[in-house]
Design a protein around this ligand. Structure first.
Ligand code: PMP
Ligand code: GLN
Length: 398
């Protein structure tokens, strides 16, 4: 491996994120960007309007360190409404710079050098880097992809048991899951919760896609299961729920001693952020149930458009249960079956950008993701339509 000059050992191997690389490729080639997961349509007007009105007021100055009381109260009420779990807005809720900072601060606060973090692989890219920054060790348990068509990505419970050692500090769960779009079932969540209790593990759950769940799937917040609230930190963010990924307003909720530890790290990373966006996100979290159900319905429709289009283009696709992303097996259209090579060539071949799922795997399990490519469907109808037309044309003789 080539070393990056100046970069500390613990971050060697972490190059430019694939999202940055692929978004830059989309801009440079004028391709349709189905790589990085961000919507190309605006959030709810009543949320945007609150942010606009807050600019030029006292909200432009530093908010309180843990977040504005109004936003912390709205976060607490939202969790109570959708999961039935109560958090004290004063001591058990912390506002962060997106879910990313919440996760990084949690890792820095809770993980000692050499501590192990068990998680399900493929794994969202920032986790590995945050664990590395904390000096922790990744213990990935592979998810097995379902057959093309759809279905559930599952783990072998024996693999999770085997990954837990006396050095395990944290179980890091992401449900709904990026990049697979899978949602932990009731049975899986119960198994993981029992294991966490049995081994007295801390649990960190990333639930940024909590509302973007389709068909019959149901999001279960692991913190709601027996024995879990007292050991679990729940992370979420406004980005996905309100189509405002650039606002970077996230939060973390949990028992006061755990949140106090995370706040200690967080206050020296960024201290505070997003003054005018904090009241806007508070307004969003207070929208009626119909808004959240509508967001899921709308995205499910976009999933169906992309999945049908990819199938019509002859690409075998795994239709997701949730999130922004569908997964394609490229072995039929890429002779060496290499998803990264497929993605690097796709702008020239089809004028479309996607993300190779291989980047979400550790070297140990790289073979499981090498042939998979992730396409985002959080895009306007016309954009999705044009993208699938271009992909279909790629498969037709010129
Ligand atoms: N976790 C997951 C699983 C994600 O997909 C993302 C980004 N889309 C994040 C965390 C980061 O969220 P934020 O932009 O709020 O930092
Ligand atoms: N979470 C987004 C994705 O998976 C990207 C966020 C980022 O660029 N870090 O596409």
């Amino acid at each position: 491996m080539t070393r990056t000059p100046y970069l500390a050992d613990r971050l060697q191997g972490f190059g430019t994120t694939v999202f940055a690389e692929m978004s830059a490729l989309a801009v440079a080639t004028g391709s349709i960007n189905l790589g990085q997961g961000f919507p190309d349509y605006p959030g709810p007007p009543e949320v945007l309007e609150v942010a606009r009105a807050a600019i030029g007021t006292a909200a432009d100055q530093y908010p309180p360190g843990p977040g504005t009381p109004e936003l912390r109260t709205a976060i607490s009420e939202h969790r109570q409404r959708f999961t039935g779990t109560a958090y004290d807005p004063d001591t058990e809720v912390l506002v962060t710079v997106g879910a990313t900072e919440a996760l990084a601060a949690a890792m820095l606060a809770l993980v000692e050098p050499g501590d192990e973090v068990v998680l399900l692989e493929p794994v969202y890219d920032s986790y590995s880097a945050s664990i590395a920054m904390a000096g922790g060790v990744l213990r990935p348990v592979p998810l097995t992809a379902p057959a093309a068509g759809g279905g559930h990505w599952a783990f072998d419970p024996a693999d999770v048991r085997a990954a837990i050692t006396p050095r395990t500090r944290l179980l890091l769960l992401n449900t709904p899951h990026n990049p697979t779009g899978t949602v932990l079932t009731g049975e899986e969540s119960a198994f993981l919760a029992e294991l966490a209790v049995e081994h007295d593990l801390l649990v960190l759950t990333d639930e940024v896609y909590e509302h973007l769940v389709f068909d019959g799937a149901r999001h279960i917040s692991p913190a709601t299961l027996p024995g879990m609230r007292e050991r679990t930190l729940v992370v979420s963010s406004a980005g996905k729920t309100f189509n405002v990924t650039g606002w970077k307003v996230g939060w973390i909720c949990g028992p006061a001693p755990l949140v106090t530890a995370v706040r200690t790290a967080k206050q020296f990373l960024t201290y505070v952020n997003a003054g005018p966006f904090q009241p806007a996100v508070a307004a969003g979290l207070r929208l009626p149930d119909a808004y959240f159900a509508g967001a899921a319905r709308d995205l499910q429709y976009r999933r169906d458009v992309l999945v049908a289009g990819l199938r019509a283009a002859g690409l075998p696709v795994i239709s997701p249960e949730a999130t922004y992303f569908a997964t394609v097996d490229v072995r039929g259209v890429q002779p060496d079956g290499d998803g990264l090579a497929f993605c690097r060539a796709l702008p020239a071949r089809a004028g479309v950008v996607a993300v190779p799922s291989g980047v979400f795997y550790t070297a140990e399990h790289a073979h499981l993701g090498r042939h998979l490519v992730r396409f985002a469907f959080c895009k306007a109808d016309a954009v999705l339509g044009e993208a699938v037309e271009r992909l279909a044309a790629m498969g037709r003789p010129a």
